[in-house]
Design a protein around this ligand. Structure first.
Ligand SMILES: CC(C)(COP(=O)(O)OP(=O)(O)OC[C@H]1O[C@@H](n2cnc3c(N)ncnc32)[C@H](O)[C@@H]1OP(=O)(O)O)[C@@H](O)C(=O)NCCC(=O)NCCS
Length: 198
């Protein structure tokens, strides 16, 4: 008989609980997206930097954005992704952070994030990355967290490094952007890595 490895995280750990609100310094919180945040998604899809690096799609209508938000809630329930809005408490979101490609059985996920221009430059994304990584490892129980970005995006590389995601290598011609194929850095944090102070 072939021995099978146990699931790293048992099914149900996300679907059987509500998506939490995670607090950050400076009165910032990571909270589930709401339908009335949809205009922020429309705005983000028009931002040239987000278009270039996150490739969220063009001509995204308010209705498309509302559907996207509904899909994120479904994907929490189906344990495929965990997506939060980054916002000052009680205010409209300034950004997005979350885990895509969640694999509870295998114990891994990949982070995604962006900030609208008004939210940039203050270190919020480093704090948010540290916080959702703590949630993913300590609360959810994942083992390996990935972060990938184009080698032409030094701000994202800096966020990765400051949040304790070690550079593991360069994936050649890994992602097609509007201006052609980009090499991508692969960064990761694994359980047991030294944690940066948060
Ligand atoms: C990437 C992003 C989330 C970073 O957030 P941010 O608030 O702009 O980040 P910060 O200003 O706190 O900068 C983080 C670090 O990167 C550095 N940095 C910023 N822009 C840089 C650049 N063009 N070149 C080199 N370093 C840069 C900052 O100096 C800072 O490092 P430090 O704290 O050691 O000084 C944000 O810029 C963004 O959303 N950009 C557009 C979309 C995007 O890139 N998404 C990521 C896809 S992988």
């Amino acid at each position: 008989m072939i021995a099978s490895t146990p699931d790293v995280v048992p099914a149900g750990r996300m679907s059987l609980s509500e998506q939490p609100v995670l607090r950050l310094a400076g009165n910032v919180e990571l909270r589930p997206w709401r339908q009335d945040d949809a205009q922020v998604i429309v705005d983000a899809c028009l931002d040239p930097d987000i278009q270039q690096w996150n490739r969220p799609g063009r001509d995204v209508s308010l209705e498309d954005a509302q559907e996207r938000i509904a899909r994120w809630h479904e994907r929490w329930k189906s344990e495929q992704s965990a997506i939060w809005a980054v916002a000052q408490v009680g205010e409209r979101p300034m950004g997005l952070i979350g885990w895509g490609d969640v694999d509870l059985k295998g114990g891994s996920a990949e982070i995604l994030y962006w900030l609208l221009p008004t939210g940039r430059g203050g270190g919020v994304m480093v704090d948010a990355t540290l916080r959702v990584s703590r949630w993913a490892m300590d609360d959810l129980g994942l083992h390996r967290l990935r972060l990938t970005h184009s080698v032409a995006n030094p701000a994202s590389c800096r966020v990765a490094t400051k949040a304790g995601f070690a550079l593991e290598g360069t994936m050649r011609s890994a992602l097609l952007h509007t201006d052609g194929w980009h090499d991508e850095h692969l960064h990761a944090r694994i359980r047991g890595d030294e944690r940066p102070s948060s």
